[in-house]
Design a protein around this ligand. Structure first.
Ligand SMILES: [Zn+2]
Length: 90
């Protein structure tokens, strides 16, 4: 699998580290309930189909990326810098 980093271009998967669902960008407010924090920290869906994921380009530009990937086909549908990504629900 290859990932097209917006800054470096298309690179081998081994240059990147998977860092979990992009849900991590949707940080709860301080007033959030315990259930909201539990969902944020521990509970994840496991959808079949397009998902938004955080990847770190550690062997390249050290950017955090949001990769939209189909978990069934592994096709990468979009890659954007995390700092430009809208908050993701998963
Ligand atoms: Zn890069």
């Amino acid at each position: 699998m290859r990932i097209a980093c917006p800054l470096c271009g298309e690179r081998d998967l081994r240059e990147f580290t998977y860092k979990g669902a992009a849900l991590a960008l949707a940080y709860p407010s301080e007033a959030a309930s315990a259930q909201e924090w539990d969902d944020y920290l521990h509970n994840r869906d496991n959808p079949a189909g397009p998902t938004r994921e955080l990847w770190y380009h550690g062997s390249g530009c050290t950017s955090w990326l949001v990769v939209t990937r189909n978990t069934v086909t592994h096709e990468i549908l979009a890659v954007e810098l995390a700092e430009n990504a809208e908050e993701a629900s998963a």
